[in-house]
Structures are given as structure tokens and as C-alpha cells.
Design a protein. Structure first.
Length: 877
């Protein structure tokens, strides 16, 4: 017992206490090479010639390398998933190059659904043995089976795509060397994905190792029996070598210019949609959309013109123009003001139309338009033999490989946590910061450029709302829209794909676990001391330390930018991520799993951890381990409480816990209850927060963290708790020091404390399931009424929203000001009078036992006086 007390004291002290540059020379005709070399050797030499650089290796795109980075940024650059550093990855022994390594590799066929933008009317076709083999996608070869990895989802062209990887029998018609040569040709020489490293940056300078994945293009023909025949990699490489010749040979240009129009159109039509490359230029490869042979100077023979219809990056179009951005912001602001204004002036309508017209003029400028027409001389361009469909599929592979590698490294996190998630998407969600978006891979700018240059010309776009349909949370209209939605009857998964909701749940779990353990470990500590200890444990600074123990910063997904490079910002994000992880463990596992994980991280010392995890029973339970109901016969207080038990249908094993819950602070120490109910109120508050949070998380999938907080505040507050306590008649069973036995009118706060204490007693005597049932009956049915009446939107907030809609453009908005006019009564029973002013005029007045309640009354009075205006603004918006 003494050792346990010493360890508890120790616990008390513990609580207190880039692009790579390349200037490449033109390629020699590969047919000359292939006469003397094998196919693989010829392709290898072509690739090496592509890599010949005329720029010093010490230079990058913008000039000399510098070492001026701050320590925070330099450190951040060496860590993190965003830099393709996946924890737990190890170098892979190289494959045997001239075999297919059938006993070592696992084969997966990659498909994309829906097929929109991936099925084209001009696919890449290879003719072999009098048959046509059509490109249908890629095969992927992995060094380990892809088990327990969810499907990869990505948004591209405003469409939700799912990338499937389907395990199939290993093909035999290839060798690894051929796959690597093709990958170098397509991903490096054509698409220029220099940042895409399948070995991992940690292994670049180590002994030779193998890429984690190999890819083979699938050219197939359908067989009469319904099967497919896949063309061998040998024939694909031969086809690429045959196609690799000048688009317009210099010695043939004069002859081609003399072709009949029909013959030229046939050749131009064959080239349409083809990818051509000009080594030494940036970008090196483009898609041909038109091939024109007009000769503007009859005295000079010029090469035909390649016409490419491209898309200018948003930052270089009107969307990135500072003048356009400024005008757009003023236009949106004025439009919002007019939409919420009770009466719109004609001059304001004209002003809005003028701004809209000015925006349209900027959009139509040739220098600002996103759609651009690029004309290039065909001199120096070589055919590649591939069309845009190959590039379209290829640009999905960086996203897929990141997805697979990330989920493989999450298995390493499972070991650190000591818990294996069955729902892998839930673990990924817990690690996903709101800033993270992975629609184009880890280097989105390069991916967008390659897609624009080599992808299909006119992709079909979906609704752009798909990007923010479930993500937008700013603005009064969005707030009203989301908060007006009723909850789902059955548990429903959320489509919000970051960890803020899980953080909301995890915060309640952490607070609950901390409150429960402190409550039991320090039975003589008052609620103020318990609250101080709890604050020390649940503060972000401490949670960030616990997150560091799990190395969460190495697994977090967040945007590749400067925001979280600073240590302070990163630690805050780590604390939030830790709460989200605890929430995920609680949601999928159990409260016990979350408790064990939290305990392991809190204390490294096994003895301290043992004390924390195995806390003693409540003192009232220790006195009577089995039950104390035998004391009812001799205690009038307990006899009266049996009436309450009968009323609610719950029989307490230790009825003195119920008596303790109903004992007010004014009652002195007695041997029946061993104290008053304030410690229980501390515990009950955390229990109610957890149960309410879990219910809202499960049944309100469209609500963000802030919206859930508003709903919880309307559900778990003094007013609602006091109302439930009154309906259950708890005030009749309150134990006071009044000897007259007269009914006592209890204040709202006191009634709320009674209910929270009762919740704590119910949890201590029974378990959390009883609390769930109690709140399902007494609290959660009220949510519908709160939502329909907008009880989540308190009068002060409503009044401020009304005042903000009356602001004028170009001026700071006027907000209501509250002034205390009068304070009367003794310190324990004061009444405050507060008035609210808007633009210097008093618009409402209210009274209450606290300044906050008086301000609420004043705001409600103001809303009543201005009801027609406030109703149109608040409800109709």
C-alpha cells in the first residue's frame, strides 16, 4: 500500500512537472544502333544520350545551389512523407535483369474507374503478326504482396476516380531489364518525372537496389473465346525502336511539301494525337494536335508547324493576375452584401454589373486566357510511337505508388502503436492534415505540365464542386446550411477526408481518460486540483511530446509548403494528429485499447504505468466491496433515493454513490457519502462530453469539427442539463443542510451539477453503456428540436450576424457593444443589468444572475424588437 502511494506521488510530480537539369543532344537514329546491338542495349544507349548534360552538375533550374536555408526548413526537407521518405522502407536487392523474376515478383493489373478520359478514340495500337494490339493500361510488379491495402481514390478533372490493382497470374513474356528501359524512356525522357523515385531518397547513394515497383504497358487483343493475349515486352520495344525517327526528315522536307493535299492530310491525321519529343528542349515532349505545312516565304523552305493546344497554369493566367484577384474579391464581397441586404439599391446593382463586366474583359485578354495555342517548328522532333492515352494512364501511377508505399509504412506505425487497424483508411484519415491534397502526386506542378503537354487534348470535366462539396466550412450561408441538416438514423461514414473530426472525437476521449484516472488516483483532491492536473496532461504541448514518442511527424500527410516547416506549427499539428489517432483507436478498437495506448505513452516506468492503468475502486466501493444496499434499512436518506431508482429503472449496486451525487456543496463531511458532489460533477462533465461527442461524430457525417462543437454545446450545457434534471425530479432528492425539509428552489447551475454528478455515479456503479442508454433517452432526442429552432445559434451570435449583414462596402463592419448598467444584490445573489448598443444607439436590454446571461437577455431583446429584419437575415439566408 505504501509503495502504491509513493508511485501515485511520483505520478503527481510527473504530471506537474527538382527538377534535375539536362541539356540534351539530339538523338541518333535508333535503327542504326539496333543493327549491331540487342534491343535492350540500343534502348539503354538512347536513354544515356538523352541524359548528356551541357550544364554544370552544381546548378539547378534557377542557378547555383545555395546553403542559405534556415535550420527548420533544411531539417524539414530531410524528413516526411511529402519528400517521399517512408518510415520502415528498406533497400530491395536488385532483380535479375534478364529474367522475369517470376518467383520473386507479384503481378497486378491496374485499372481506373470510371473510364472517362482514359478511353480514347485514338488509342496507341501495335500491329504484330497481322493482329492489332490496343493499349489498355499497365501491369505492375511488386516485390511484396499488396495485402490489406485499400483502393486508391483520387480527384482529377473534377471526377472521383478509383485506381484498382487486381492480382493476376504472372506473365512470362518480359524481362526486368526491358521494363526498366521502357520506364526510363516514358517516365524520364518523355514525361520528365525526375522527382518520382521508386527506390527512395535514402537509398540513392547506397549499393545498387531495385525499384519497389516495375511497370509493363499492356497491349492486348481479344481472343474469340473471350480471353486476352498480351503482347510481349520484346515486341513493344521493337515497335518503339521502329517508330523512333524524325517527324519530318530534313532530306524529305522538299518532297513532303510537294505532296497532294489529300496525301498530306492523311499523314497529318496519322500524327494527330501522337507524342513527339525534341531532346534538349523544355518541355521535351508534346502532343501533336495539328500539323501545318504553310510556307509564308516562297524563297525559304521551312519545316511544317506543330500546333499544340495547351492550358496555361492557373498562376500564369487571369486567375493568378493580382489585378484580377483584387477585382474578383471586391466583386464577391459586394455580391454577398447585396444577397444579404434587406433592400438593394439600383446603384449597387449597376456597380455589381460593372465589376462583372471588368472581370470578363480580363478573362478574354489573349495574354490572360488559360487556353493557349502553341506553334512549334517540327525541326528536331522525333516520333515516339506512343499516343496521349499511354501518358494519361502513366500519370496515375505516381499517385498509386505513393498510396501503396504509404499504407505499407503505416504497418510500421501499427507496431509503434501496439494496435493493428483493420480499417486502414481510418488510420490514414487520422494522419491526414486538412492541408493535404494528393490529386497529382507529390509534385503536382510537374504532373499538371506533363498532363497538359502529353495527355488527351480535351478531357471531360466533372462538377468542380467535388473539391469543396464536403470540405467548405466558412461563411454564414455554409454554416446555416450545414447546421440545418438533421442527423442520420444509422451510423454513417463521413466524406470529409481530413482528421479534424477524428481530432474532435479524440480530444473527448483523452479528456475522459485523464479525468477518470485522476479521479480514482487522487480520491482526496478537490475538483480544482483535478482540473489543474488534467490541463497539464491534455494541453497541446504535452500531447505533442506523446506524438513524438510515436514519431507521428514521420507519418503525417500535409501539404508540401512552408506552413508546418516551423517547429511550433508542426508540434501543434502533431498534437492534433495524436488526438485523431486516439479517436481512431477508440472508434475501431475500444475504450480499453485507447486507455492502454495512452497509458503506455504517458509513463515509461513500468511501475508508474501499472499504477496509472490499474487504479483503485471508489472509496465508497472499497468500504463495501460487494454492495451497500443493506444500509438502506437504517438510513432515511437512502430510503428516499430508492424512490428515484424506481422512477428511472436503475438499481444501484452501491446506492451511497447516488447519495454522494445528490449531496450539495453546502453539506459538511459525513460518513454516509464521504463528501459532496463537486468531484463527481468534474467526472460527469467529461463522461457526458465523450458520449455526446461519439454520438454526434457517428450520426452527423457532414458536420465539421466546428459544427459538431456547436451541436454539442447546445446539447451539453447548464440549461439543457437543468431541464433534464427537473424533468427527472432530481431537485426533490437533493441532499442539503436544510433541517426544515422544505422544497428548495435550486439555481440552473446547481441542477446541472446534480445531473453531471448523477452521470458520474451511474458510470462508477455500472459502466459507460448505461450512460449511453441514459443519454439516448433523455438528451439525444432533443437534438432535432435544437436544430429546427437553431438553439445552437445563441442570441449574441444571431445579433452579431444580423449586424454584420448591414455593413457597407469599404468600411469596417459595426458590431454590437454590451455595457453593464447596474449591479444589485449581495455577492452570492447578484443581478446584472446589461444594455446592447449598435452604432451608438441602444437596441436592447437584459437582466440576469451573471453578466453573460444578462448579455444574452439583451441580445434576445434586441432581436425581438428587430424581428422582421433578423428573421429575414438569419432564417432565409
Amino acid at each position: 500500500m505504501l509503495a502504491s502511494a509513493a508511485r501515485t506521488t511520483t505520478i503527481r510530480r510527473t504530471i506537474l512537472c527538382l527538377y534535375r537539369p539536362s541539356a540534351r543532344h539530339p538523338l541518333p537514329p535508333p535503327t542504326a544502333l539496333s543493327q549491331h546491338l540487342s534491343i535492350q542495349e540500343a534502348f539503354r544507349i538512347i536513354h544515356l544520350l538523352n541524359q548528356v548534360s551541357g550544364i554544370h552538375g552544381s546548378k539547378v533550374n534557377s542557378g547555383e545551389k545555395t546553403d542559405t536555408d534556415s535550420s527548420d526548413y533544411a531539417k524539414a526537407r530531410r524528413t516526411g512523407i511529402r519528400h517521399s521518405i517512408y518510415p520502415g522502407e528498406e533497400a530491395i536487392k536488385p532483380c535479375r535483369p534478364m529474367t522475369n523474376n517470376a518467383g520473386r515478383l507479384f503481378h497486378y493489373r491496374i485499372t481506373v474507374s470510371p473510364p472517362t478520359n482514359f478511353l480514347t478514340d485514338r488509342p496507341t495500337v501495335i500491329e504484330y503478326d497481322d493482329h492489332e494490339y490496343i493499349f489498355e493500361g499497365f501491369s505492375m510488379f511488386a516485390h511484396a504482396p499488396l495485402t490489406n491495402i485499400p483502393l486508391c481514390k483520387v480527384i482529377r478533372f473534377n471526377i472521383d476516380y478509383t485506381i484498382h490493382f487486381i492480382e493476376e497470374m504472372m506473365p512470362e513474356n518480359f524481362c526486368v531489364k526491358g521494363l526498366e528501359l521502357f520506364s526510363l524512356f516514358l517516365f524520364r525522357d518523355i514525361l520528365e518525372l525526375y522527382d518520382w523515385n521508386l527506390k527512395g531518397p535514402l537509398f540513392e547513394d547506397s549499393p545498387p537496389c531495385c525499384p519497389r515497383f516495375h511497370f509493363m504497358p499492356r497491349f492486348v487483343r481479344f481472343l474469340p473465346d473471350g480471353g486476352k493475349e498480351v503482347l510481349s515486352m520484346h515486341q513493344i520495344l521493337l515497335y518503339l525502336l521502329r517508330c523512333s525517327k524524325a517527324l519530318v526528315p530534313e532530306e524529305e522536307i522538299a518532297n513532303m511539301l510537294q505532296w497532294e493535299e489529300l496525301e498530306w492530310q492523311k499523314y497529318a491525321e496519322e500524327c494527330k494525337g501522337m507524342i513527339v519529343t525534341n531532346p534538349g528542349t523544355k518541355p521535351s515532349s508534346v502532343r501533336i494536335d495539328q500539323l501545318d505545312r504553310e510556307q509564308f516565304n516562297p524563297d525559304v523552305i521551312t519545316f511544317p508547324i506543330i500546333v499544340h493546344f495547351g492550358i496555361r497554369p492557373a498562376q500564369l493566367s487571369y486567375a493568378g493576375d493580382p489585378q484580377y484577384q483584387k477585382l474578383w474579391k471586391s466583386y464577391v464581397k459586394l455580391r454577398h452584401l447585396l444577397a444579404n441586404s434587406p433592400k438593394v439599391k439600383q446603384t449597387d446593382k449597376q456597380k455589381l454589373a460593372q465589376r462583372e463586366e471588368a472581370l470578363q474583359k480580363i478573362r478574354q485578354k489573349n495574354t490572360m486566357r488559360r487556353e493557349v495555342t502553341v506553334e512549334l517548328s517540327s525541326q528536331g522532333f522525333w516520333k515516339t510511337g506512343i499516343r496521349s492515352d499511354v501518358c494519361q494512364h502513366a500519370m496515375m501511377l505516381p499517385v498509386l505508388t505513393h498510396h501503396i508505399r504509404y499504407h505499407q509504412c503505416l504497418m510500421h506505425l501499427d507496431k509503434l502503436i501496439g494496435y493493428t487497424f483493420q480499417d486502414r483508411c481510418l488510420l490514414q484519415l487520422a494522419m491526414t492534415h486538412p492541408s493535404h491534397h494528393l490529386n497529382f502526386g507529390m509534385n503536382p506542378d510537374h504532373a499538371r505540365n506533363s498532363l497538359s503537354n502529353c495527355g488527351i487534348r480535351q478531357p471531360k470535366y466533372g462538377d468542380r464542386k467535388v473539391h469543396h462539396m464536403h470540405m467548405r466550412k466558412k461563411g454564414i450561408n455554409t454554416l446555416i446550411n450545414i447546421m440545418s441538416r438533421l442527423g442520420q438514423d444509422d451510423p454513417t461514414p463521413s466524406r470529409i477526408n481530413h482528421n479534424e473530426r477524428l481530432e474532435f472525437l479524440g480530444d473527448a476521449v483523452v479528456e475522459f481518460l485523464t479525468s477518470v484516472h485522476l479521479y480514482y488516483l487522487f480520491p482526496s483532491l478537490e475538483e480544482g486540483g483535478l482540473a489543474t492536473y488534467r490541463t497539464a496532461i491534455v494541453q497541446n504541448q504535452h500531447l505533442a511530446m506523446l506524438a513524438k514518442k510515436l514519431e507521428l511527424d514521420r507519418f503525417m500527410l500535409y501539404a508540401h509548403g512552408p506552413d508546418l516547416c516551423r517547429e511550433s506549427d508542426l508540434r501543434h499539428a502533431m498534437a492534433n494528429c495524436f488526438e485523431a489517432l486516439i479517436g481512431a483507436v477508440y472508434l475501431e478498437g475500444s475504450l480499453e485499447e485507447a486507455k492502454q495506448l495512452f497509458g503506455r505513452l504517458l509513463f515509461n516506468d513500468p511501475d508508474l504505468r501499472e499504477v496509472w492503468l490499474n487504479y483503485p475502486l471508489h472509496p465508497l466501493q472499497l468500504q463495501e466491496p460487494n454492495t451497500d444496499r443493506q444500509l438502506i434499512e437504517t438510513s432515511p436518506v437512502l430510503q428516499k433515493l430508492t424512490e428515484f431508482e424506481d422512477a428511472i429503472g436503475v438499481i444501484f449496486t452501491h446506492v451511497r454513490l447516488l447519495a454522494r451525487a445528490f449531496t450539495l456543496r453546502t453539506v459538511g463531511f459525513n460518513h454516509l457519502t464521504l463528501g459532496h458532489n463537486q468531484r463527481m460533477e468534474f467526472l460527469g462533465d467529461s463522461i457526458m462530453q465523450l458520449v455526446a461527442t461519439e454520438y454526434l461524430f457517428i450520426h452527423f457525417p457532414d458536420h465539421h469539427e466546428g459544427h459538431l462543437t456547436l451541436l454539442r454545446s447546445s446539447l451539453v450545457n447548464n440549461r439543457t442539463q437543468a431541464k433534464v434534471a427537473e424533468e427527472l425530479g432530481m431537485q426533490e432528492y437533493a441532499i442539503t443542510n436544510d433541517k426544515t425539509k422544505r422544497p428548495v428552489a435550486l439555481r440552473t447551475k446547481t441542477l446541472a451539477d446534480l445531473l453531471e454528478s448523477f452521470i458520474a455515479a451511474l458510470y462508477i456503479d455500472k459502466d459507460l453503456e448505461y450512460v449511453h442508454t441514459f443519454m439516448n433517452v433523455c438528451f439525444f432526442p432533443r437534438l432535432k428540436e435544437f436544430i429546427l429552432n437553431q438553439d445552437w445559434n445563441d442570441p449574441k451570435s444571431q445579433l452579431q450576424q444580423c449586424c454584420l449583414t448591414l455593413r457597407t462596402e469599404g468600411k469596417e463592419p459595426d458590431i454590437p457593444l454590451y455595457k453593464t448598467l447596474q449591479t444589485v444584490g449581495p455577492s452570492h445573489a447578484r443581478t446584472y443589468t446589461v444594455a446592447v448598443y449598435f452604432k451608438g444607439e441602444r437596441i436592447g436590454c437584459g437582466k440576469g444572475p451573471s453578466i453573460q446571461q444578462a448579455e444574452m437577455g439583451a441580445a434576445m431583446d434586441a432581436l425581438e424588437k428587430c424581428k422582421p429584419i433578423s428573421f429575414s437575415i438569419i432564417v432565409c439566408s
